[in-house]
Every structure is written in C-alpha cells, then in structure tokens.
Design a protein around this ligand. Structure first.
Ligand code: AMP
Ligand code: MG
Length: 324
C-alpha cells in the first residue's frame, strides 16, 4: 500500500525509511522523484526494480548543496562551481567524473555521475535531514508519464509499499537540464527549463547540444520511447485541434475555450506555463474516457523569442517521445 504524508511529519518518516533502505517518493520543482540512499547499493537496486528501469539508465544523485558533492566526484571543477552558483538549487543536473564512493549501480557502470541540488523545500529539507545524497529518478514506472503531483505517483505505484511525500504540484513541470562537464566542451545531454544560452552565458563559452545526435548512449534515458500515456497519443497542428471530437482528449495552447463537443485541457501559451501543466494534462487524458490523446504542436520557432524557443524545444523533446 502506498502512504502519502505532508509537512515535517513526512520528512521524519521518510528519513527513517531511507535509513532502512526502503523506497520513498518526494517532490522536486521539476517532477516527483523516487528516493533511496545513493550510497546504499541494495536500496538503489530496489528503486530500479520498483520502476522497472533498465540497469543501463543511470540515476541522478540529489544533494542539498555543493559541499555534499565532494565525496561523490573526482573533482569539483571551476565550471561546476560557476553553474552551481548560478543555478542551484534548481533544475540543472551536472555530469562529472565519479569517485569510488558512488556505487556502480547508480551510474549504470559508467565513470561519470549526475548530480543536482533541487529547489523544492520538501526535497531540500529531506536531504538535509537525512544528511546524505539521495538518488531521485522520476517517480513513474519506466517509460510512462512523469508525475507532477503526489496523486500521479499514487496511481503509478498503486498497491506497492511506498511512502509518498506530498509537496503539491511541481513548478517547472519537466525534468532538469542535464549538462556534461567531462568532455572538452560542455554538452547539454537533455534540454530543460535551464537553457543552453543561459549555461553558455555563465560559463562564457560555447556549449554543445548533443541530445539530437542519433545513437548517443551517453545519456540513455533521453533516447527512444519515454513519457508515454497508455493511450495512442499524436502531435497535431493548430488546424487539426479544431477537428477533434468527444472521443479525443485534446491538449491545446492556441485556443481559449474548447468547443461543446470537444474534450481536453487548454494549457497556457507561454512555454513555462505549458511545461508546468503538460504532464498533468497527459495524466488527465489517460484517465479520461477518450480513446486517443492529441497534443497541439508547439509554435514554430520563428514566431517566438529565442529563450522561449529553447524551452519549447525542451518540451518538444518530451512530446516526440510521448507520441511514438
Ligand atoms: P530521470 O531521473 O528519469 O529524469 O532520468 C535521469 C536522466 O539523467 C537520464 O536521462 C539519464 O540518462 C541521465 N543521466 C544520469 N546519470 C548520467 C550520467 N552519468 N551521464 C549522463 N547522463 C546521465
Ligand atoms: Mg524519467
């Protein structure tokens, strides 16, 4: 049975479970994560089993500040310090060379480790109270839609022994930006709400975007089908949105109201608002009586400013996988 708790009581119960190697779920500002002690191999193995996550897909280690990263990495580089100063706590994950302390299971056997300091007060409070780093893959069965509320986590793990910390709806709504600092030039492996331009400005150097290259296995979780509703899901044009009927759950941004015979969810037309509401709308579509989900294609990039274009690009990265 899942159990859901809020506030300080939730942190006390979660710390006790982490110490016993039992899984918990916790809110972050991006999406909800499944937590286990990052240095406890058996506890991490339970997270892989619970999610049904392939052992080839490494986990992000969550810390309460840069000090906690020291024992996890070979070297805390200048670039890491600059990015942490600018974006932590926040939605940016840094990939660095790992130390021997980090169990291989966390990094899928690789030589690097991904670290992030989340901004959500419940996540930070939890890691501080536990005093050790915590892995936090998204709290959904592998390949499914990421959770942005405690209810989404409950639905995904119904009947399982899991303590869920309820911290409300996630503010960012899509997963963190992942930047690899172990190659010659920094490379963004997964786009997110922290943009490539923002990272390049802070580092004062060019940043490559590698997530579009085919065959890249550097960040395996960003490849292939992912973020998927159980119902057939399609990306459609703004014109097609008008043609959706009652049997289709439509997720749109360019209209203000749905027609009488339409069902669905209208999201804000700005990319931050759209990202915040997207997974919730996809969960709604999955729970609805409609047989298909249609999602309106994001605006073409020449219609919007470049920072916005990069957030829409991060959204598109999720949508193309959701619609496979
Ligand atoms: P999730 O926790 O489900 O949001 O997925 C974590 C993402 O971080 C996946 O796309 C992983 O491939 C990526 N990731 C985790 N560790 C590493 C690493 N050491 N190198 C590159 N990517 C990583
Ligand atoms: Mg995930």
């Amino acid at each position: 049975m899942t159990e859901t708790l809020e506030g300080p009581e939730a942190i006390v119960a979660a710390v006790a479970r982490l110490g016993l190697g039992e899984p918990i779920a916790f809110p972050t500002e991006t999406v909800y994560g499944l937590g286990a002690d990052a240095l406890d191999e058996d506890a991490v193995a339970r997270i892989f089993a619970l999610k049904g996550r392939p052992s080839t897909n490494p986990l992000i280690v969550h810390v309460s500040g840069a000090e906690m990263v020291d024992e996890l990495v070979e070297e805390w580089t200048n670039e890491a310090q600059l990015l942490a100063d600018a974006f932590w706590p926040g939605a940016l994950t840094l990939v660095l060379n790992k130390s021997e302390r980090v169990p291989d299971i966390v990094t899928a056997g690789g030589p690097t480790v991904a670290v992030r300091c989340p901004e959500h007060p419940l996540a930070l409070g939890l890691i501080e109270a536990y005093g050790k780093p915590i892995v936090g893959p998204s709290a959904n069965p592998s390949g499914r839609i990421s959770p942005t509320t405690a209810e989404h986590v409950e639905m995904g793990f119904e009947g399982q022994d899991l303590l869920i910390l309820d911290g409300g709806s996630c503010r960012a709504g899509i997963e963190s930006t992942v930047v690899d600092l172990t190659s010659e030039e920094p490379r963004v492996l997964r786009p997110g709400v922290v943009t490539v331009a923002q990272i390049a400005r802070v580092l004062d150097q060019d940043v490559r975007i590698d997530h579009q290259e085919s065959g890249i296995t550097k960040s395996p979780g960003v490849l292939g089908a992912h973020y998927q509703p159980t119902k057939p899901t399609r990306l459609v044009s703004s014109d097609e949105v008008a043609q959706s009927g009652p049997d289709i759950f439509v997720i749109a941004w360019s209209i203000e109201v749905l027609g009488d015979s339409q069902s669905g969810h209208i999201l804000p037309a700005d990319p931050h608002g759209f990202a915040r509401g997207l997974y919730n709308a996809m969960h709604e579509g999955d729970l609805s009586t409609a047989s298909q989900i249609w999602i309106e294609h994001p605006p073409k990039s020449d219609e919007i400013g470049s920072e916005d274009a990069q957030i829409w690009h991060a959204i598109m990265e999720r949508l193309t996988r959701a619609c496979q």
